[in-house]
Design a protein around this ligand. Structure first.
Ligand SMILES: Cc1cc2nc3c(=O)[nH]c(=O)nc-3n(C[C@H](O)[C@H](O)[C@H](O)COP(=O)(O)OP(=O)(O)OC[C@H]3O[C@@H](n4cnc5c(N)ncnc54)[C@H](O)[C@@H]3O)c2cc1C
Length: 365
């Protein structure tokens, strides 16, 4: 190792942990990755997620900083995926086709409110515009006749997130990271305690444990989200479609092999138990109203997980000697991870801290 390279432990092999391990290995650091669960079948929220990179949609609730960080991350993803492809041979799909927001006529007030909130949050920024029925049909032929009005948000993308997680694991292993699975850890500055209490020392420890870091983050909570995945060759969508509704907002994200992920409930509960009948019915019936052909789709998965959220639902990075902790990515893991990782790398190696005001701990309530 050179003088600048360090022995770094990362706790948690979800989205942040895998991305960070990969970026650190590229810079020559020696990485040990500890994961409480199995690496091939991740317990991480990242594995349950739909994989939308949605800076405009998420800004409506998250505010202008989510938009600014999300746009910066959206610009980084193509380069990162190209580098990952070169290194691993794995071409992870990330389609930048925008998103479509629709509502049935009886719920059009919800769509108008969303548009008004978007304009208010973004001021004159962001590329989004109205489509009429013919415009919707031109963009998404399989929604033909279902909607008279929709909003096309051009600056949005969706990534094949499970392929990303697999490709990252492969490249991390090839780069000879020390990967320890089924290995829950507790952390101190410069040291990791493994299940049995055995202690290992490192130059630096980075905490990427998501909801598993509750004891380190006062106010950290899990927000339950449930998703349904179906498969049908009868329907094709080019982009994520969000359906506005007075009680819930659901989305359908197209995946490879004619699969679709429908999500997600948002429940203030840390219950990781199976998807409820009510949620299953709500997700399924919303899907059916997009195109009746979904009625014959095969259900391939029902899954629930916890989004790691801080009090204001925004991410933070905490730094003290020997220990960096990043958490609170909430609904925005894929949307914001590249900028959060960029911030962590700057803390480790020096240089200007990207989004220091938004991600720095001074902001914590
Ligand atoms: C239903 C749902 C849909 C979502 N959809 C999207 C979306 O479309 N777009 C988007 O941007 N975001 C989405 N998200 C959010 C995204 O998944 C999270 O923000 C992201 O995964 C957080 O990354 P993380 O690395 O902090 O945590 P995680 O991905 O949860 O990873 C944490 C890891 O730490 C491990 N761990 C926990 N405790 C320990 C311990 N003691 N020792 C070792 N390891 C430990 C866990 O097993 C896990 O593997 C969604 C989330 C859910 C639940």
């Amino acid at each position: 190792m050179t003088e600048q390279t360090q022995r770094i432990a990362i706790a948690g092999a979800g989205l942040l942990g895998r991305l960070l391990a990969w970026r650190l290995l590229r810079r020559g650091h020696a990485v040990t990755l500890f994961e409480a669960g199995a690496l091939a079948q991740p317990a991480a929220a990242a594995h349950t997620a739909a994989g939308m990179i949605a800076p405009l949609s998420e800004a409506v609730e998250g505010g202008a900083s989510v938009y600014e960080m999300g746009m910066a991350a959206l610009a980084l993803w193509p380069d990162w995926l190209r580098e990952l492809h070169e290194q691993s041979g794995e071409a992870v799909a990330c389609q930048h086709n925008g998103s479509l927001i629709v509502a049935h006529p009886q719920d059009s007030a919800e769509l108008l409110q969303f548009h008004s909130d978007l304009r208010h949050t973004l001021a004159d920024r962001g590329r989004f515009h109205w489509l009429d029925g013919a415009g919707i049909e031109a963009h998404e032929p399989d929604l033909s006749g279902q909607f008279q009005q929709g909003l096309l948000l051009e600056d949005e993308a969706h990534i094949d997130n499970r392929h990303l997680l697999r490709a990252l694991l492969q490249v991390i292993r090839t780069q000879r990271a020390d990967c320890r699975e089924n290995c829950a850890v507790e952390l101190q500055p410069g040291a990791v305690s493994i299940n049995s209490g055995q202690r290992e020392e490192f130059d630096l420890v980075v905490d990427c444990r998501g909801v598993g870091a509750k004891r380190q983050w006062p106010g950290l909570r899990g927000v339950r989200g449930e998703v349904l995945a179906v498969q049908t060759p009868e329907v094709t969508l080019q982009r994520p479609v969000r359906l506005m509704h007075p009680r819930y907002q659901l989305y359908v994200v197209p995946k490879a092999n004619h699969c679709f992920v429908i999500g997600a409930t948002q429940i203030e509960s840390e219950d990781r138990g199976p998807v409820t009948l009510r949620s299953n019915l709500e997700l399924g019936s919303a899907l059916y109203t997009l195109n009746p052909a979904f009625a014959e789709a095969r259900v391939v998965e029902l899954k629930a997980n916890l989004r790691p959220a801080l009090l204001d639902n925004l991410p933070r990075v905490q730094h003290r000697q020997g220990l960096i902790s990043a958490n609170g990515l909430y609904r925005h893991g894929y949307l914001l991870a590249p900028v959060v990782i960029g911030h962590i790398l700057a803390l480790i190696e020096g240089g200007a801290l990207p989004f220091a005001d938004a991600l720095g701990m001074e902001q914590v309530a």
